[in-house]
Design a protein around this ligand. Structure first.
Ligand code: PMP
Length: 382
């Protein structure tokens, strides 16, 4: 009998099932409509007619796929335009578009870890998985610092003789709280370190008209600051980008493996992101609306006695008493017609399970009230 090379999978599967950690895919309906507080379409742009039409037009003109890597055949005029417009909108000198925010983060962390990976990477303990994976790939020395702690960053930078790069989310995915960017930038500057900020949840939500957390903090365009964004949340499309000084962007083009060896972003996604940016420039009130919706969801659930973190952007995190209760709560919401996210260990290192709600600018006041009611009505006993 030949050996079965995958005979270990069932045992592992069983362990995951026993721990309640088996993940399954659940296809969503074509239009989940106003009952979706689980997706990341913060501004309600993914179905905006101008955005879907721009995607279709780009596919017709440039093809359904990019046809190659960005350095071979995968760069179109549309990609160059999106890079110029994203940089200008967010206040940076230059931008580089990637096939995802995940790839953008891998690129930024690895390419900025310096010659021979000699740069110390100073990382917030709650950073997104894509930043963590970037650090693993970079193979540089790492200092993991307590969450949102500029003093700890200053100490780590000061204790290191060589170069340092501080890496943080602008808004943390799990609890939706914002990083103290100004204080972090000061801590970096005092020690001559650079600052890399993942603004996946800030673009389109924070700053003047949604220009992002770095714009809001007055740090956009600074010589020692680099940002990454995703095009898949506020901009309702797909893809990611790194924003920063032109010399950093030029360096990424020549060295970032997740740029060089990846097929360029599909033209339809580029066209959609450009159209979303246009809508956002024309209707800057969408950014303020999503913040107001998050605040209103938070107010309603906390006034009903639930515990939730005050949201700094679109994500509202509501505590659940146990992983099992969180899973049941999310299922009960789903049954009642409301999609919500559910975070539990091991995805949450602090062991606290939560329902994760994402606010949307296109929710009516009535829908917000109904959604909050559903969450409160289905809540487990504390
Ligand atoms: N960073 C953060 C903070 C995110 O939440 C996400 C999306 N889950 C990403 C990066 C990855 O972006 P993308 O989905 O475009 O790969």
């Amino acid at each position: 009998m030949p050996k079965d090379p995958f005979d270990w999978i069932e045992a592992q599967h069983e362990r995951l099932r026993a721990a309640g950690l088996l993940r399954t895919l659940r296809p969503r309906p074509a239009d989940a409509g106003p009952t979706d507080l689980a997706g990341n379409d913060y501004l309600g742009l993914t179905r905006h007619p101008e955005v879907t039409e721009a995607a279709a037009a780009a596919a017709r003109r440039w093809g359904a796929g990019a046809t190659g890597s960005r350095l071979v055949t995968g760069s179109t005029e549309l990609h160059a335009r999106l890079e110029r417009e994203l940089a200008a909108f967010c206040g940076f000198e230059a931008a580089l578009v990637f096939s995802s925010g995940y790839a953008a983060n891998l690129a930024a962390v690895t390419a900025l870890s310096g010659p021979s990976a000699a740069t110390l990477l100073v990382c917030d303990e709650s950073n997104h998985a894509s930043l963590i994976d970037g650090c693993r790939l970079a193979r540089a020395e790492r200092a993991i610092v307590p969450h949102a702690d500029p003093e700890a960053v200053a100490k780590a930078v000061a204790a290191h003789e060589g170069r340092a790069l501080t890496i943080t989310d602008s808004v943390f995915s799990v609890d939706g709280d914002a990083a103290p960017l100004r204080a972090l930038a000061e801590a970096c500057r005092a020690g001559g370190a650079a600052l890399l900020v993942d603004d996946a949840h800030g673009l389109g939500v924070l700053g003047d008209g949604g220009r992002g957390a770095l714009h809001a903090a007055g740090l956009a365009g600074d010589a020692d600051v680099v940002a990454t964004v995703t095009l898949s949340k506020s901009l309702g499309s797909q893809g990611g980008a790194v924003l920063g000084p032109a010399r950093v962007i030029d360096h990424l083009v020549s060295t970032a493996r997740s740029f060089i060896f990846d097929t360029g972003l599909a033209p339809a996604a580029v066209g959609a992101a450009l159209a979303s940016l246009e809508v956002l420039r024309r209707e800057p009130e969408r950014a303020a609306r999503v913040r107001a919706v998050a605040g209103e969801l938070h107010r309603r659930v906390t006034e009903a006695g639930l515990t939730a973190v005050r949201p700094d952007a679109a994500v509202v995190s509501v505590r659940a008493p146990s992983p099992e209760a969180a899973v049941r709560w999310a299922a009960d919401c789903r049954e009642a017609g409301l999609a919500v996210g559910c975070f539990r260990p091991p995805s949450v290192p602090d062991g606290i399970s939560r329902l994760r709600l994402t606010a949307r600018a296109d929710l009516t006041d009535e829908r917000i009230a109904q959604a909050a009611d559903t969450i409160v009505r289905t809540a487990p006993a504390a």
